[in-house]
Design a protein around this ligand. Structure first.
Ligand SMILES: NC(=O)c1ccc[n+]([C@@H]2O[C@H](COP(=O)([O-])OP(=O)(O)OC[C@H]3O[C@@H](n4cnc5c(N)ncnc54)[C@H](O)[C@@H]3O)[C@@H](O)[C@H]2O)c1
Length: 328
């Protein structure tokens, strides 16, 4: 299969490109190397993808370009059977400072790809959506029928992109699936996230920083589970036209998470508290029944198992990964 992975130099896209290349597919990555965090981490993701292609008999091509470039996007989508759209301006808090960039990349960029899918034809368009589309919880866990009232410009941009995708799929009759990821973590994860932050600070004898009082809860999803859900969509049409939650169904409050990581890595450190941002979700918790029913999805890691696996990976990869996460 010819698979276009937008944002394929990033954390999640990097894992998808690696898996597809290892499975023998012909992978094209489109990424503009946005300097949201250390670019050496993205270069590393590209190297991992190239290596997987060599080992797995697939192919890997990197296109350094922007989803806002409609002409380029049209060319690339024209050669693809499947599009896995992971490119986005991520980050909830910075979206409050600069909402227009989120709109340009996450909404207009997605529309460029959808226009190309409409014009050239495609087997399936799969996009990374987010639990941020739900906003304030009316009930938990969130199922896909939960009202969508995002509280951040980031969440609003992901919801707009997802709704455009589903409406294009409906009107122009091509298969679309939006996977709503609940905070994803694991090897090569983004530096500016709670788990990478807590671990890197603790191993460097710096106190973990909690925003707010730490009572906010999160459903953290291990990267392998996200990859499996995406891989299932190469074969399955069961979720076409739908938004589907991808989470762990487990959840933990941030203070407990920080305490457990601290206790394991640096028990002498105190926890440090800083002000919570209004755009941060108070609680996230996924109901993944739809993913289970349609895609056979089942989370493989509880949060404690996944964090233990991440710490083990961190320690084995500390030499190259740590400077990149500490500097970002
Ligand atoms: N990581 C999470 O917890 C999480 C949770 C929910 C949803 N998501 C979504 O999953 C996707 C991947 O997230 P991630 O954590 O891997 O983030 P990431 O920042 O590591 O990856 C995104 C990639 O997109 C690229 N990109 C940004 N703007 C671009 C543009 N204009 N043109 C081309 N490429 C561009 C970046 O350079 C980056 O490599 C995003 O769509 C994000 O909204 C992530």
């Amino acid at each position: 299969m010819h698979i276009l992975v937008t944002g394929g130099a990033g954390f999640i896209g990097g894992h998808l490109a690696e898996r597809f290349a290892r499975d023998g597919h012909s992978v094209v990555v489109l990424d503009n190397f946005d300097p949201f965090y250390d670019l050496d981490l993205k270069e590393h993701n590209v190297e991992v993808g190239r290596e997987a292609a060599r080992e797995g008999d697939g192919s890997y091509e990197l296109v350094d370009g922007d989803v806002r470039d409609a002409e380029l996007v049209t060319d690339l989508v024209g050669d693809a059977d499947y599009v896995y759209h992971q490119a986005a301006q991520a980050g909830v808090r910075p979206s409050v400072e600069n909402p227009r960039k989120y709109d340009a990349v996450n909404v207009d960029g997605t529309l460029n790809i959808l226009d190309a899918c409409r014009d050239t034809g495609i087997e399936r368009f799969v996009m990374a959506s987010s639990s941020s589309v739900y906003g304030k919880p009316r009930y938990l866990p969130y199922d896909e029928q939960h009202p969508t009232t995002p509280v951040s410009p980031y969440g609003a941009s992901k919801l707009a992109a997802e709704r455009y995708a589903c409406s294009y799929g409906e009107v122009y009759d091509f298969p679309v699936v939006a996977l709503r990821y609940f905070t994803v973590y694991g090897p090569r994860m983004r530096p500016n996230m709670a788990i990478s932050n807590f671990v890197s600070r603790c191993v460097n004898d710096e106190p973990p920083v909690i925003y707010g009082d730490g009572t906010q809860t999160r459903d953290f999803t291990y990267i392998d589970d996200v990859v499996e859900a995406n891989v299932a969509l190469l074969e399955s049409d069961a979720a076409d036209g739908q938004a589907v939650n991808i989470g762990s169904t487990d959840n933990i409050d941030i203070k407990t998470l920080a305490t457990e990581i601290r206790d394991q890595l640096a028990p002498e450190l105190d926890l440090v508290y800083e002000e919570r941002h209004d755009a941060d979700s108070e609680h996230t918790h996924a109901d993944t029944a739809r993913a289970g029913e349609l895609l056979g999805y089942e989370a493989s890691h509880t949060i404690r198992e996944g964090v233990a696996a991440f710490i083990e990976w961190y320690e084995a990869n500390r030499e190259w990964y740590e400077p990149l996460v500490m500097e970002s």
